[in-house]
Design a binder for this molecule. Structure first.
Ligand code: AMP
Ligand code: MG
Length: 408
């Protein structure tokens, strides 16, 4: 890790993104039960062990018969067939259908030999012990073996973060275990003398700590393992102790607060003297003072203390890096186009990530701010579902179509 960027030069988001690609951590694998694998990231491709469906089956409750038997059926001239069997799901019929015969069949039951058509039960009646059909059947309502997936087919790629829907697919394909990456362990340490956990009484000058809760939950939702540390006051010794501990238990350390120019900005101070700094400060708004480096070989991301800033830096810099090092390909930042329906204030030369609300007004997708954009305003995060993605050289006026990041 070099430290050529500790100067007064603020780097761009692209430069920062490129630089941190060189930060590597060991990523191990493990085999786990399918039932425990939601939100985990596949470390190998999955191929189906079976055809889906494994056999031709009925998609309706009805009668299995021979299509040609029903040609010409009408109210005046109903076709009459003998019902020789009732086939339920999970059972295979021992009877072959020949002309003049039908078997009652339930949804999901195997199609009996000889049948090439299912007629819905609603289109039939039973009279004098015979099945009566008053209109021709169709060659429909048969789900053919392998029509969804073939045995041996690639169903999910390495690097997929598994959704509940994926678990259903893997189960259908016959696997009870999956290979996943071991969860990256991420320590989250908030720093600041003024910070108090919610539930305690606020003394003069104190505020409730919020950053670590936001970060912890995003980290967990992304499929990693967070360790939320106790709040660390602005004490170099206590911070050193906590960073040592974090580097022992975690693969990555995230701190919040203490990275700007203030007298008590201890994360910056300790990293300058005792850590390694890869870069400090970026041209983004909000969130310009992040510091990236390492503490005893463990990558450290020092996020700013203001809640909107720490969130934005995590979202646009660290989350993509985590996806990159864990080879995850289906939780990238999602960008859509939206019309910004108000004049907004942006800083030229900087990426601007305003917290906006995106909605479909019936005609088009629009975006607007719901609150003031102060970086200390955690409410701006809660009421928004998007971040503007305005590049440093972009000029934006009211009613321009801009890129907006969809927040999940
Ligand atoms: P700092 O980056 O330490 O200078 O903090 C910037 C601002 O963010 C200050 O107003 C802090 O009180 C506030 N802040 C810092 N850390 C947190 C946190 N974990 N939760 C909420 N606010 C914070
Ligand atoms: Mg502070």
């Amino acid at each position: 890790m070099t430290s050529k960027h500790i100067s007064n030069y603020l780097i761009s988001l692209e430069e920062a993104t490129d630089l941190i690609k060189d930060i590597k951590i060991p990523i191990k694998e493990e085999k786990i039960l399918l039932k425990d694998s939601c939100n985990r990231i596949l470390s190998s491709d999955i191929y189906s062990l079976v055809d889906d469906p494994p056999f031709n089956n009925s998609s309706m409750d009805g009668y299995a018969l021979i299509y040609s038997d029903t040609i010409g059926a009408s109210k005046e001239n109903p076709v009459k067939l003998d019902v020789i069997d009732i086939i339920s799901a999970g059972k295979k019929s021992g009877f072959k259908i020949i002309s003049g015969y039908a078997s009652k069949i339930m949804t999901g039951a195997p199609i009996p030999e000889g049948a090439d058509s299912i007629i819905m039960v609603e289109k039939t009646s039973i009279k004098d012990n015979k099945l009566e059909i008053v209109s021709p059947s169709f060659k429909t309502y048969i789900r053919f073996q392998g029509e969804n997936i073939s045995k041996g087919e690639l169903i999910l790629k390495k690097g997929t973060k598994l959704t509940p829907r994926d678990l259903g697919l893997i189960a259908t394909s016959g696997h009870n275990e999956v290979n996943v990456y071991k969860k990256i362990k991420i320590s989250i340490i908030s720093t600041g003398d003024e910070l108090v956990s919610p539930g305690k009484k606020l003394l003069p000058g104190q505020i409730y700590e919020s950053n670590s809760l936001i970060l912890e939950n995003i980290v967990n939702n992304l499929g990693y393992k967070s360790y939320r540390h106790e709040i660390i006051p602005d004490s170099i010794d206590q911070l050193r102790h906590e960073l040592d501990k974090a580097s022992e238990i975690s693969d990555v350390i995230i701190t919040t607060g203490g990275v700007s120019m203030g007298d008590f900005d201890i994360v910056r101070q300790i990293m300058e003297k005792e850590g390694k700094i890869l870069f400090w400060r970026m041209k983004i708004r909000p969130g310009s003072p992040p510091l990236v480096g390492e503490w005893i070989g463990t990558p450290l991301f020092g996020l700013p203390g203001n809640p909107a800033s720490s969130f934005v830096v995590f979202y646009v810099l660290i989350k993509p890096w985590l996806n990159f090092i864990s080879n995850t390909h289906n939780q990238e930042i999602k960008i859509i186009k939206a019309k910004i329906v108000e004049e907004i204030k942006i800083k030229p030369g900087y990426h601007s990530f305003l917290r906006v609300f995106i909605e479909n007004n019936g005609q088009e997708i629009i975006a607007y701010t719901k609150t003031h954009q102060g970086s200390g305003n955690v409410n701006s995060l809660s009421v928004s579902n998007g971040l503007t993605f305005i590049r440093p050289d972009e000029n934006v006026s009211k009613n321009d179509i801009i890129d907006v990041i969809l927040l999940d």
